[in-house]
Design a protein around this ligand. Structure first.
Ligand SMILES: Nc1ncnc2c1ncn2[C@@H]1O[C@H](COP(=O)(O)OP(=O)(O)OP(=O)(O)O)[C@@H](O)[C@H]1O
Ligand SMILES: [Mg+2]
Length: 375
């Protein structure tokens, strides 16, 4: 399988069915600007992720008491769950500066060496998408993380010499959507690994209430429940849907976001009750109606909906699998019973190809249903 979420997906998605980015877990450039206004600034403001949050609080408190920078922190999990937010919070909880870069942005190890030697004592260095860091830079990072030293190479060719240079003690915070792609030596150098989980609807409602306050939107309890249920467990999507529903409420109503307003707005944007959008539904419909539940190959499915197979595989499938609507089997893609129910289609006479399936545990598909994200 090619890497999900490893590249910007919006370009590919814009083609074909003309699906918009409504429920993509990735942020567009403009969205990143809007998002910074909604970021929580302290651990107490940070909603959900009880485990990571509590563990991290201990790590930070312990470090503060000892007067030393905390262990290096790795945050891993799907896009939009709050990794960048947490990285910035670590800096503000420690009262230190956060220098931000990303794996793909570090082209030469010299750039990283310069960045590391410019850190003040106790600073946080945040490397986003750390799984995409180039090998030589990664090796430089090993020594920096362990001994707070970097080798600066002077000269070129056979005459080049490496001069070790002390750097200030710092805390590296790495974020990754693909922890499985991290090399062992790099992963081992993180003293704390926080695995971010998808959010529960009640937590997303809290996120929505907070964002509504910040945006000055009146949001009713049932309105937030409606949006939360369609947000795919992802705060980024919840915030995005809230902004769209707010627009609708302002133009078509009195600005208040109620359940009815949220339902009408999200129907207009083709986001259904489970958070499936137009392309997701088209794929599911093709699988259930045209191919009688499968098994069918992903490229055939893609042709049926007039979309590229990469898009189907990387954008639609992961969520359909997680929602328990589709399973990947060695013979192809198969719809689960839940898919028929979700589409309101009568079940085929002999039952669905997989028999009765509960979400996420399609019989016959165990062990072959690929995980969405590596642990
Ligand atoms: N726990 C939370 N509480 C409140 N808001 C949150 C929380 N987590 C995420 N958000 C909101 O979701 C948006 C996306 O979060 P963030 O950018 O931190 O995700 P990310 O995991 O870094 O995503 P990516 O993998 O795409 O970089 C932020 O603007 C923030 O407002
Ligand atoms: Mg991020």
């Amino acid at each position: 399988m090619s890497a999900p979420f490893d590249r910007p997906l919006l370009g590919a998605v814009d083609g074909g069915l003309g699906q918009d980015a409504g429920v993509s877990p990735q942020a567009g450039d403009e969205e990143r600007v809007v998002e910074s206004a909604l970021r929580p600034h302290s651990l107490t403001e940070f909603i959900g992720q009880p485990k990571v949050s509590r563990q991290l609080a201990l790590v930070l408190e312990g470090a503060k008491r000892r007067g030393r920078p905390p262990d290096h922190v790795l945050l891993s999990g799907p896009p939009g769950l709050g990794k960048t937010s947490l990285a910035l919070i670590i800096g503000s909880e420690l009262g230190t500066a956060v220098k931000i870069t990303s794996g793909p942005a570090i082209e030469r190890s010299g750039d990283l060496a310069a960045m590391l030697s410019n850190l003040s004592p106790g600073d946080v260095l945040f490397i986003d998408e750390i799984h995409r860091i180039a090998r030589p830079a990664e090796e430089l990072l090993y020594m920096a993380m362990e001994d707070f030293r970097v080798d600066v190479v002077v000269g070129k060719g056979p005459g080049a010499t490496a001069i070790p240079l002390e750097i200030n003690p710092f805390t590296l915070v790495g974020a990754t959507t693909r922890a499985g792609l991290l090399t062992g030596p790099l992963r081992d150098r993180f003293g704390f690994v926080g695995q971010m989980e998808f959010y529960e609807p009640a937590e997303l409602q809290q996120v929505l209430r907070r964002s509504a306050d910040l945006l000055g939107v009146e949001l009713t309890e049932d309105g937030s429940a409606e949006i939360a249920g369609r947000s795919r467990g992802t705060p980024r999507i919840a915030n995005r849907l809230l902004r769209r529903v707010r627009d609708y409420a302002e133009v078509e109503g009195d600005g208040r976001v109620t359940r009815e307003v949220a339902q009408a707005a999200l129907a207009l944007y083709d986001v259904d009750v489970l958070g499936l959008d137009r392309l997701d539904r088209a794929v599911l419909e093709a699988l259930v109606v045209r191919f009688h539940g499968g098994p069918v190959g992903v490229s055939t499915l893609a042709v049926a909906v007039g979309e590229e197979s990469n898009t189907v595989e990387e954008v639609c499938e992961p969520f359909l699998v997680r929602a328990g609507l589709l399973a990947r089997t060695p013979r192809g893609r198969v719809a689960t019973e839940a898919a028929w129910r979700h589409l309101g289609q009568p079940l085929p006479r002999g039952g669905p190809p997989l028999g009765s399936a509960t979400p996420g545990s399609a019989p016959g598909a165990e062990g072959v249903t690929e995980p969405l994200f590596e642990a």
